[in-house]
Design a protein around this ligand. Structure first.
Ligand SMILES: CC(C)(COP(=O)(O)OP(=O)(O)OC[C@H]1O[C@@H](n2cnc3c(N)ncnc32)[C@H](O)[C@@H]1OP(=O)(O)O)[C@@H](O)C(=O)NCCC(=O)NCCS
Length: 195
């Protein structure tokens, strides 16, 4: 390979990378990246966030999968979701509806079910489940309001509503509606049946 070819490849890669970089900044809007810096003290600059934040990668791929899901290319959407889950261990069903400025910090082990609805400016941490109780059909996953924070390992089950600005503590299990501005902690273990 000649020096000229190597130079062209290097320049091409740098230009290509910059195009992708600025495209992503434009696609999500500067306010999205700024909101992540505000929410995560470890975030230093946009390049670091774009290159190394699995929650951001999962969201980008979710937006693509959701588009295909909506136009009834459901299998393609599900394959994208599957590959993302294999790669970064975050599973957002392509049928879920997610608002602006959604941020998954760390991300490992996050599961978001098909009929979940998530508002704007929601932050969730690793290990969060927005799930159903079991075998129900129809709307069976939570509806999460705006500006909600869901702590690491929290499990939120069923067709319930988490009000705006609520905080769900790390490892909490939530089975009922949560009013606006409330903070929820703890896991209520109750014996229901003895066989
Ligand atoms: C629930 C939460 C939002 C409450 O924050 P806060 O309003 O600042 O509350 P405080 O830390 O002052 O704690 C208030 C009380 O709740 C308890 N508490 C706080 N978080 C709790 C939790 N997740 N589970 C059980 N109890 C908890 C505290 O021990 C304290 O109890 P006390 O009054 O008997 O001493 C926060 O503790 C939390 O869980 N955030 C999740 C953050 C997260 O997941 N980070 C992961 C980063 S990697």
């Amino acid at each position: 390979m000649t020096t000229l070819e190597i130079t062209l490849i290097v320049i091409g890669s740098v230009v290509g990378f910059n195009i992708v970089f600025f495209f992503l900044i434009w696609l999500f809007g500067r306010s999205y990246w700024k909101s992540i810096k505000e929410r995560d003290p470890a975030a230093r600059h946009y390049l670091q966030i774009i290159l190394t934040y699995p929650g951001v990668h999962a969201l980008i791929w979710y937006r693509i999968a959701h588009f295909f899901f909506k136009i009834h290319f459901k299998l393609l959407a599900e394959i994208i979701t599957y590959l993302v889950r294999c790669h970064i261990n975050i599973e957002i069903h392509p049928g879920a509806k997610i608002g602006k400025h959604f941020f998954i910090d760390h991300g490992t082990g996050v599961v978001i079910g098909e009929t979940s609805i998530i508002g704007d400016n929601v932050t969730i941490y690793h290990g969060v489940t927005l799930g159903g109780h079991g075998t129900e059909r129809g709307k069976r996953h939570p509806t999460v309001g705006n500006n909600v924070m869901i702590g690491a390992g929290a499990t939120v089950l069923g067709n319930i509503v988490i009000g705006n600005n609520a905080k769900i503590g790390a490892n909490a299990t939530v089975l009922n509606d949560v009013p606006e501005n409330a903070t929820v902690i703890g896991v209520k273990g109750t014996i229901r049946d003895v066989f």
